[in-house]
Ligand binder design. Structure first.
Ligand code: BTN
Length: 328
């Protein structure tokens, strides 16, 4: 099935109006049978179509598709220049940028309507249904090696939280190192991956997944409590949040963060992370591959390390494959 035809079909249906099979066929230059097959494909992707005898097909309520032009137009002028690519389908936006990290320019961004193999932290799958949420990755390059990146993943969490707050959403917390939560339910996740020379020039891919309007059918595959932007906006009386605007907001903040990070480091972000810290002052259990530690979460230090007050005194944890849970 041709992706560009599917995309063109969606672009027409996105207005929420009825379009007859023959009109769609003419627009795409394909037969009515081909149109019907594409419509079937859209239904399989979870796009809820309405059909009416004599009137044709429509997408009730319309749909906002991701568009590079719309996102670029909402980026601040004079900011870093980003090379945006919007794809209908990819295995994983992180995988795509990691595979091409040597050739692509810093500031390359891959955004997808759907991921067939979206990846989360600790080997998890990131559930990525079509045209519902945001899945994107940005490539960056650092010359000072991995040491320059200390605490960066926490600062990325701050960028996402601040963007969501700029749309009026409240109650967003950050769970160390970088889960974005509301009432302990996952709203967004961050996956940082690195290649190159850890002591010299390294390529960094920052992957961001934000649940915007998760489909209930797809959500059956999520193995943790979750929440999405659309339901929060409804409950909190905020306006509907545009995916293109949300994407532009996060990208603009990420670009500013990355530009300054080698000089600035985490110290300047610490306060903004701490003011949103989940479980601050509460008993928690930190689980690594080899041990479990109980303690009270007292915050993060200036490098972004987690600080726990334990029976054996203050202990610092520096990331890796760890999981943090409230201890009740
Ligand atoms: C987490 O487990 O919290 C991290 C989730 C990261 C998901 C995003 S979606 C875009 C990018 N591509 C991926 O395959 N993963 C990240």
């Amino acid at each position: 099935m041709q992706q560009d035809q599917l995309q063109s079909l969606l672009a027409v249906l996105a207005d929420g109006e009825y379009h007859s099979g023959s009109e769609l066929g003419e627009l795409l230059g394909v037969s009515r049978t081909a149109v019907w097959k594409h419509l079937q494909k859209l239904a399989e992707l979870g796009v809820a179509l309405d059909s009416s005898r004599g009137r044709g097909y429509r997408l009730p309520g319309g749909m906002e598709l991701l568009a590079a032009e719309s996102i670029s137009a909402q980026l601040p002028e004079g900011g870093l220049s980003l090379a945006l690519e919007v794809l209908p389908l990819v295995d994983s936006t992180n995988t795509r940028l990691m595979a091409n990290a040597e050739q692509l320019p810093a500031g390359a961004v891959c955004i997808a309507e759907q991921q067939s193999a979206g990846r989360g932290r600790r080997g998890r799958t990131w559930v990525s249904p079509f045209a519902r949420n945001l899945y994107f990755s940005m490539l960056w390059r650092f010359d000072g090696g991995a040491a320059e990146l200390e605490g960066l993943s926490l600062a990325v969490g701050v960028c996402i939280a601040e963007t969501l707050e700029s749309f009026g959403l409240t109650g967003i917390t950050l769970k160390w190192p970088n889960d974005v939560l509301v009432e302990n339910k996952k709203l967004a996740g961050i996956l940082l991956e690195m290649s190159g020379d850890p002591a010299g020039t390294c390529h960094l891919v920052i992957g961001v997944g934000i649940n915007v309007e998760m489909s209930l059918a797809a959500a059956t595959g999520i193995d943790q409590p979750w929440v999405d932007v659309a339901s929060l906006a409804r409950v909190q009386g905020c306006e509907r949040v545009s995916r293109n605007a949300l994407c532009a907001g996060v990208l603009a903040r990420l670009a500013a963060l990355l530009e300054d990070y080698p000089e600035q480091g985490f110290a300047d972000w610490r306060e903004r992370w701490m003011m949103r810290a989940a479980f601050l002052g509460a008993p928690v259990r930190l689980i690594t591959a080899t041990q479990e530690t109980l303690g009270t979460l007292t915050g993060v230090d200036k490098s972004g390390a987690l600080v726990l007050s334990t029976a054996a005194g203050e202990q610092l944890f520096y990331g890796g494959e760890v999981s943090l849970r409230p201890e009740s």
